[in-house]
Design a protein. Structure first.
Length: 545
C-alpha cells in the first residue's frame, strides 16, 4: 500500500543566524568527527524499566515523590546544588546564571515554595529570588540550553532525562529521610489517553504532592477524548522517516512532526503555566513525565525503523550542551570532547552530556520502557484508517473527511474553528502530474518576536465558500496542521518557513481538476501577537529534486 505521508507532514524550517550565547555552551565537536555505530551488545548495567505514571505501585510513587521532595530541599538549601531541582530546571534553558564564588546561596524562609508558586518570574535570574551582598564575588556559569527545531531535539532531551533520573536516584539512596530512592525510575505520562485525573495523571493533581504546580491549567479536560490523538502519534511513528519525524539539521527541513504536531501544542495550549515558556518549563515537575513520553515515542520509532534509519549527519557526533553534576553516574562511553577547560572553583561538573550517539541504545545506559499493551494504536488500525481515506483519493468531494482530520479526530486537539488570522492564496491545478520534483506548500513568518502559534491549512475548490467555522468544512478540506512554540532566548533573524510536500495531493487532483484554481487558506491561531504583516501568503510551488 502506498502511504501518502505528505497529507500530514508539515515542518517548520528555520533560517537564522547562530545565537549569541556563552561560548562554553556551543555544541562541542570532536577533533575528527566520526560516524560511530551504536552499541548493541549485552547491557553492561542492570536495566531499570520506566513505567506509565499511573502504573506505579504505592511504594514506587512514594519513592518517586520523595526523590522530588529531596531535590527541592537541596535547592532550598543551595540553589547552586547541581543535583537539586532548580539547577536541573536551569539545564533546560538557562544559558548563563550568576554564581557567587562560594557556589552557595540558600533560599530564605520558604523561598522555593514562593518561587515555584510564581509563574511569571524569570527563574534564570537568581537576583529575582535571592540577594547578593556588595562584597560577594560573582562569576557566570552555564547550566544548559535545550535543543529545539533540529535533528537532536529528541536526543538532547533524552540525555537531560537520563541525568535527571540519576539525580532522583541519588536524592536519598539509603532511605535516610524517607523511602529509598536508589531504584527510582522516571515514569512517563501517556497524554494520548484520557487522564486518570481531571486533566492530568492523579499524582499531579494532589496539591500536597511535590509533583503539583498551581500555575498549569487546572480546568478539567473539556472533552471525553484524550488530549493528543493516539492515531496521529502512531501514524508519525509508523510511517514517517527521521527527517519528518525527528527533524533535520539547521538550514534543512528543521523541526520534526513529533515536535510541531504534538510537543508544541501540549506545552502551550494544554498544560500552560510555566510550560508555555521554555526558560521556565522544567520548573514544573510535569515537564519530566511529559517529555519522557516523547522519549517513549522516540524509542518506538527506533524499534519500528532501526537506528540506521537516522541518517548520517543527524547530530550523532554532537556533544549535548549542559553542565551536569560530576558525581552523577555518567553514560557508558562518556567523554566531553574538545570542550572548554574546567573552571577552577566551579566544583565537580561535566562540560556537556556527551555525544548524542550514546543515548540511542537505552539498555546500554541502564534504562528501557516497560512493555505495556495498548500504549500505542496498533499499526493494523492505522493501515485500515489510511486505506479508508485513500480510497476516496485527495479530491475531497468524494469523502466527508480528510486523512489529516481523521487522524486528529481521535483527540481533543482538532482544528480551530475561530482562528485569529486567515492567510489566503490560490493554486492552479497543473495539466500534468508533478514528476522530477516535488510540490511544496509554503508560507513564512518573519518577526522580531518568536511567539507561539498554530496553523491549520486548508485546500478547497474556487467557488467553495471558506467556512472554517463549520465542522464539515474543517473535516473535508484540512490538509495540514502544525504548531510553533516560541523560544524565549533571542535568535538572530528568526524566520520560519512552513514547508510541506503536497505532491501526492496535487497529483491526485490532476486527472479531473486540471486547469482549475483552488484556494489555500492558512488559519493562524493561539497568539495575540500574530499580525498579517508577519506572514507571507500560502503558495504551492514546484521544487526540482
Amino acid at each position: 500500500m502506498t502511504i501518502f505521508n505528505s497529507a500530514v507532514s508539515i515542518s517548520l524550517v528555520l533560517v537564522f543566524g547562530i545565537s549569541s550565547v556563552a561560548t562554553r555552551l556551543a555544541v562541542a565537536q570532536p577533533a575528527a568527527a566520526t560516524q560511530e555505530a551504536v552499541a548493541t551488545s549485552v547491557p553492561v548495567r542492570p536495566v531499570h524499566y520506566r513505567k506509565n505514571i499511573d502504573d506505579l505501585s504505592k511504594q514506587e510513587l512514594a519513592a518517586f515523590e520523595h526523590a522530588f521532595s529531596r531535590l527541592k530541599e537541596k535547592s532550598q538549601a543551595n540553589i547552586y546544588d547541581r543535583t537539586g531541582f532548580i539547577w536541573n530546571a536551569w539545564i533546560h534553558n538557562c544559558p548563563s546564571v550568576e554564581v557567587p564564588d562560594t557556589r552557595s546561596k540558600p533560599l530564605p524562609g520558604d523561598g522555593l515554595k514562593k518561587l515555584l508558586a510564581n509563574g511569571t518570574i524569570d527563574s534564570c535570574d537568581p537576583r529575582n529570588f535571592v540577594a547578593f551582598t556588595a562584597s560577594e564575588k560573582l562569576h557566570v556559569e552555564n547550566p544548559g540550553q535545550c535543543e529545539h527545531r533540529k535533528t537532536i531535539f529528541l536526543q538532547w532531551h533524552r540525555a537531560e532525562l537520563y541525568f535527571f533520573e540519576q539525580a532522583l536516584r541519588a536524592a536519598d539512596p539509603d532511605g535516610t529521610f524517607g523511602p529509598s530512592t536508589k531504584d527510582v525510575t522516571l515514569p512517563y505520562w501517556n497524554f494520548t489517553k484520557k487522564p486518570t485525573g481531571k486533566r492530568y495523571p492523579k499524582a499531579f493533581e494532589n496539591p500536597k504532592s511535590p509533583l503539583f504546580d498551581v500555575n498549569r491549567y487546572q480546568k478539567p479536560l473539556p472533552s471525553s477524548l484524550p488530549t493528543a490523538s493516539p492515531y496521529l502519534l502512531a501514524y508519525l511513528i509508523y510511517y514517517q522517516d527521521w527527517t519528518t519525524f525527528g527533524g533535520d539539521q539547521l538550514g534543512g527541513v528543521g523541526q520534526g512532526n513529533l515536535e510541531t504536531k504534538i510537543h508544541n501544542l501540549m506545552h502551550n495550549d494544554y498544560i500552560g503555566g510555566k510550560m508555555q515558556d521554555n526558560t521556565k518549563a522544567a520548573m514544573d515537575p510535569i515537564f519530566y513525565v511529559f517529555h519522557n513520553f516523547l522519549d517513549y515515542a522516540l524509542e518506538k520509532w527506533i524499534e519500528e525503523h532501526g537506528v540506521d534509519a537516522i541518517p548520517a549527519g543527524s547530530g550523532r557526533d554532537d556533544y549535548l550542551r549542559a553542565q551536569q553534576d560530576g558525581g552523577l553516574r555518567k553514560p557508558v562511553g562518556f567523554d566531553e570532547g574538545n570542550s572548554d577547560p574546567k573552571q577552577p572553583g566551579w566544583g565537580d561538573y561535566t562540560s556537556n552530556m556527551g555525544r548524542a550517539a550514546l543515548y540511542l541504545d537505552t539498555k546500554q545506559q541502564g534504562f528501557a520502557f516497560a512493555d505495556k499493551a495498548g500504549e500505542l494504536i496498533a499499526k493494523a488500525k492505522i493501515e485500515a484508517l489510511i486505506a479508508r481515506h485513500q480510497a476516496a483519493g485527495f479530491e475531497f468531494a468524494k469523502g466527508p473527511i480528510s486523512l489529516m482530520s481523521a487522524l486528529l479526530s481521535y483527540g481533543s486537539g482538532t482544528a480551530v474553528a475561530t482562528p485569529d488570522l486567515k492567510l489566503n492564496g490560490t493554486y492552479l491545478i497543473p495539466a500534468q502530474p508533478v514528476s522530477g520534483g516535488t510540490a511544496r506548500l509554503r508560507f513564512t513568518r518573519s518577526s522580531s518576536k518568536d511567539y507561539s502559534f498554530r496553523a491549520d491549512v486548508y485546500l478547497y475548490p474556487e467557488g467553495t465558500p471558506e467556512e472554517i467555522a463549520k465542522q464539515e468544512f474543517r473535516d473535508r478540506y484540512l490538509v495540514a496542521n502544525t504548531a510553533h512554540w516560541g523560544l524565549s532566548y533571542k535568535q538572530a533573524g528568526t524566520d520560519l518557513m512552513l514547508d510541506e510536500d503536497v505532491t501526492a495531493i496535487v497529483n491526485s487532483l490532476v486527472a479531473q481538476k486540471q486547469g482549475q484554481t483552488w484556494n489555500l487558506t492558512a488559519a493562524i491561531s493561539g497568539s495575540k501577537e500574530a499580525s498579517f504583516n508577519d506572514f507571507s501568503l500560502p503558495a504551492i510551488t514546484i521544487q526540482a529534486k
